[in-house]
Design a protein around this ligand. Structure first.
Ligand code: FES
Length: 112
């Protein structure tokens, strides 16, 4: 158990939660899926699975709809760290997984 706003609440179900925007727009406005983030999402999830990180008390990686930072996309956010990144390729996601997710170390070059 932990305390939040003066109340006792259960411990977090996941230690970290990553949301990767895979939003696709049909009207020509910029969106993260323009950069094939669905494929990149699969890569990050497979890497996390191979590292044994997924599951309760571990981490969760989810596709998300628009996160409201389209012009800076493609983007992801890591909670509860509340750290946002712009990424381009699978190696960027590998670095975010290795540093931010596993160690809590910020990847400066990808920060937004
Ligand atoms: S489409 Fe990805 S942040 Fe808006």
């Amino acid at each position: 158990m932990r305390f939040f706003n003066g109340k006792t609440v259960p411990m977090s179900f996941y230690s970290k939660h990553v949301f990767i925007c895979t939003n696709q727009r049909e009207d020509g406005r910029p969106c993260c899926q323009d950069h094939d983030t669905r494929t990149l999402f699969k890569h990050m999830k497979e890497q996390a699975r191979a590292d044994g990180l997924l599951g309760p008390k571990g981490i969760r990686i989810n596709k998300s709809g628009c996160l409201g930072r389209c012009a800076q996309g493609p983007v992801l956010v890591v909670y509860p760290d509340n750290v946002w990144y712009r990424f381009k390729e699978s190696t960027d996601l590998d670095e975010i997984l290795e540093k931010q997710v596993k160690k809590g170390e910020v990847v400066d070059r990808l920060l937004i």
